[in-house]
Design a protein around this ligand. Structure first.
Ligand SMILES: [Fe+2]
Length: 255
């Protein structure tokens, strides 16, 4: 019974009780222009999952978990961390941990454990290996994701076309990565959506008379005023709190 229900869920993710369809599915089905960068549909944060018994704090800061002699199929996982308005979150913490190719966790050291932070564009890339299987679970990678000064999201990422996805009761199709073969290695993508409000309002208020505004899509060559000074846009971007012209020299030049 349970197995059949799960199989049906996998076949039709949108039928999962109370779960909206994935944004990419909606986009494809309705002709809605895709958001840039792509995101979920904004009211559907990445679901949490159990931490499991193998998390360890204080993992090393590193984007690659590869070590000399580490067996396994090379894997990169890349994507973005977004807030509820699909704007990227800079400086978000991602702490990954996973089993080795043989399905074992390193519980004495920090092999296949590491944390990193998203860049100004909200992007991350993890270089690792495809985790092995261990009894009772389908293939997965554990992760904790935290925007600055916000609660921690603990969840897991899954691989498509894994036979055990149908029998693992923790598996959630909303947490499937897209995975493709890349010359003997694997390249996976997943975007996190954190339950972080991103209304245009809460950011710093521009001084009176300024035309710069959070949420505005600026193009190279655009001119704004901020704090009584004029600025020239150097590269296209959507303005967000923290990217005010005086503090974002890569984006704005006083003019
Ligand atoms: Fe696990």
């Amino acid at each position: 019974m349970l197995r059949a229900a799960l199989a049906a869920t996998v076949a039709v993710p949108a039928a999962l009780a109370g779960a909206p369809a994935l944004a990419r599915t909606l986009t494809a089905g309705t002709g809605t222009p895709p958001l840039t960068p792509p995101c979920d549909d904004g009211d559907d944060p990445t679901p949490p999952q159990t931490e499991g018994p193998y998390f360890k704090p204080n993992s090393p800061r590193r984007t690659s978990l590869l070590e000399t002699g580490l067996p396994g199929t090379r894997l990169t996982v890349s994507g973005y961390v977004f807030g509820l308005a699909c704007r990227p979150i800079a400086g978000a913490l991602l702490d990954f941990w996973q089993a080795d190719a043989g399905g074992a966790y390193d519980n004495t050291g920090f092999r296949l454990r590491g944390h990193q932070f998203t860049g100004a564009d909200g992007a991350f890339t993890l270089t690792t290996i495809v985790p092995g299987l261990y009894p009772g679970r389908t293939r997965h990678i554990h992760v904790k994701v935290q925007a600055p000064n916000r609660p921690v999201l603990t969840t897991q990422l899954y691989f498509p076309n894994e036979p055990r996805n149908n029998t693992d009761t923790i598996f959630d199709p909303r947490l499937l990565m897209t995975v493709r073969d890349a010359g003997g290695a694997k390249e996976a993508a997943f975007d996190f959506v954190l339950a972080v409000p991103q209304e245009p309002g809460p950011g710093p208020t521009p001084p009176p008379g300024g035309t710069w505004a959070v949420g505005t899509a600026y193009r190279a060559g655009d001119r704004v005023t901020y704090g009584g000074r004029g600025y020239l846009c150097l590269q296209a971007h959507t303005a967000q709190p923290g990217w005010e012209p005086p503090s974002a020299p890569a984006l704005w030049r006083a003019a």
